[in-house]
Design a protein around this ligand. Structure first.
Ligand SMILES: *[C@@H]1O[C@H](CO)[C@@H](O)[C@H](O)[C@H]1NC(C)=O
Ligand SMILES: *[C@@H]1O[C@H](CO)[C@@H](O)[C@H](O)[C@H]1NC(C)=O
Ligand SMILES: *[C@@H]1O[C@H](CO)[C@@H](O)[C@H](O)[C@H]1NC(C)=O
Ligand SMILES: *[C@@H]1O[C@H](CO)[C@@H](O)[C@H](O)[C@H]1NC(C)=O
Ligand SMILES: *[C@@H]1O[C@H](CO)[C@@H](O)[C@H](O)[C@H]1NC(C)=O
Ligand SMILES: *[C@@H]1O[C@H](CO)[C@@H](O)[C@H](O)[C@H]1NC(C)=O
Length: 412
């Protein structure tokens, strides 16, 4: 009786926390809609997709400017990429209400911005200098603008301490770097970007492989890269060196997706995702799953999570992951014997297991229960069984998601 009540409570709590974790933290579009004099700023937050990025952050400050200040910015006719950079400099990754702004320790501080977080800012150009000026004024200036802090605080529009603060400043913060036209995607040197941001080993491995051409060939049409961090890649190198040349190339191409997937798209698109190594339905794909806080990528062998964003700008996204993705096509046979508790079963099953990869097993249902514990030591067992007994249904799923991705890509 009591146990049942506890179970019910736990279920309810789980359900509620699931709802909370998948709901966005804020709705900046809605918050600004109350102020018609900020409609242009609001409009461009939406068209640059910055609104979604703001909504996904727990702690954030938006420095809004009115329609007059926006028309000054728009008269410069910046390309969309540069406009996005300029606006992203107005999104501070910390909470600053009026009180905190006027009481800064030592009278000056540097705040990291969304411009810095997207990786397109070099050096300290992604930081905003906030300085308490004479007469109670608070000035804001880009770090790369010669020490000028000439945009000043006007008023709070709406704040939810200490989660989101939306405040008005007098004008757009001038920044030569943010206003510079963003390099075109095909001018991006992705191995250089990864090398400079914690994925040096993966970048060098890619650079030495024909897979690099596959990556570069997809730069213009849309590309998402999941680069394993150096620690993960270092530990994996012995296994990598063991692969055939074809296997090495497939492993590297498995870390690229031939469409642009922003962080917010990944957070809302759960399901199978094809990769640059995919050749036919159900091959070399992995599962994207949003666990509330992190986006995870699951193969039959590992679950990796996204730990950092290096670039997230249409049509290119580069994310850092904490593990090397191991496709079942390359590692199932190697991984299976290790955790197997019953050696006899395992020996008997392994030839069948490799045959089954072709999805031509005559009796998959009878096969599945025996085989699944061996190749799925932990969370994968349910998944593995479903896959083995219904691969037809799953390829339809892959196809549907693929179409969805293409459609949303065309709509951006
Ligand atoms: C945010 O608010 C706007 C305007 O009120 C609304 O159109 C939009 O659907 C909301 N977005 C979300 C994610 O709730
Ligand atoms: C404030 O200035 C003092 C003396 O220059 C320095 O030691 C301290 O670290 C500064 N505090 C902050 C928060 O910058
Ligand atoms: C911000 O800019 C002012 C004026 O150029 C300068 O004096 C101050 O040191 C800067 N603050 C920081 C934290 O760099
Ligand atoms: C601020 O965010 C925290 C953590 O997400 C949440 O628990 C809290 O309820 C929020 N505060 C308000 C006033 O919405
Ligand atoms: C890209 O950067 C690497 C260094 O990481 C360099 O060796 C290579 O020549 C660069 N490629 C191009 C096309 O500039
Ligand atoms: C490399 O392959 C050999 C032969 O298949 C195997 O015995 C060895 O354990 C593998 N090494 C690694 C690090 O996977």
């Amino acid at each position: 009786m009591q146990l049942r009540r506890v179970a019910a409570t736990v279920t309810a709590v789980l359900a509620i926390s699931l709802i909370i974790s998948t709901t966005q933290a804020h709705n900046i579009t809605h918050m600004l809609a109350k102020f018609p004099e900020f409609s242009t700023f609001n409009h461009y937050l939406t068209t640059t997709h910055l609104a979604a990025e703001i909504n996904n952050r727990q702690t954030i400050t938006v420095l809004a400017v009115d329609n007059d200040a926006m028309s000054t910015l728009l008269s410069k006719h910046l390309p969309m990429g540069a406009l996005k950079n300029v606006l992203s400099l107005h999104i501070l990754l910390d909470y600053f209400g009026a009180k905190k702004l006027h009481q800064i320790t030592n009278g000056t501080a540097l705040a990291a911005t969304m411009f810095q977080a997207t990786g397109s800012a070099s050096g300290s150009s992604g930081f905003v200098n906030i300085t308490d000026l004479k007469g109670g004024k608070v000035g804001f200036g880009a770090e790369d603008n010669g020490g000028k802090v000439d945009a000043t605080f006007v008023k709070e529009l709406e704040t939810i301490p200490y989660n989101i603060s939306v405040i008005q400043i007098t004008k757009i913060i001038p920044s030569p770097e943010a206003e510079a036209p963003a390099p075109g995607p095909s001018e991006q040197n992705i191995t250089a970007v990864m090398s400079a941001h914690g994925c040096r080993i993966f970048a060098e491995t890619l650079f030495a492989s024909p897979a690099e051409q596959t990556y570069n060939g997809n730069l213009d049409g849309g590309l998402t890269v999941f680069c394993p961090a150096d620690d993960a890649m270092k530990g994996f190198l012995p296994k990598y060196k063991n692969l055939t040349d074809v296997g090495k190339q497939a492993l590297l191409e498995y870390h690229g997706v031939p469409v642009y997937q922003s962080m917010s798209m990944l957070k809302s698109n759960n399901g199978p995702m094809n990769t640059l190594a995919t050749d036919g339905a159900d091959k070399f794909d992995f599962i994207v799953q949003n666990d509330g806080k992190f986006v995870t990528l699951k193969t039959k062998i590992v679950t990796a999570k996204i730990t950092d964003t290096l670039i997230d700008e249409q049509p290119l996204a580069i994310f850092v992951i904490d593990k090397v993705l191991q496709p079942r096509e390359l590692f199932k046979a190697v991984e299976a014997p290790a955790p197997a508790p019953a050696p006899a079963d395992d020996v008997a099953e392994s030839p069948k297991g490799s045959k089954k990869k072709k999805h031509k097993a005559p009796a998959p249902a009878a096969d599945a229960p025996v085989d699944s514990p061996a190749d799925s030591p932990d969370e994968e067992s349910a998944d593995a069984t479903a896959d083995d007994s219904g691969s037809g249904g799953r390829s339809v799923g892959v196809f549907t998601v693929g179409v969805g991705v293409v459609v949303s890509f065309l709509m951006v």
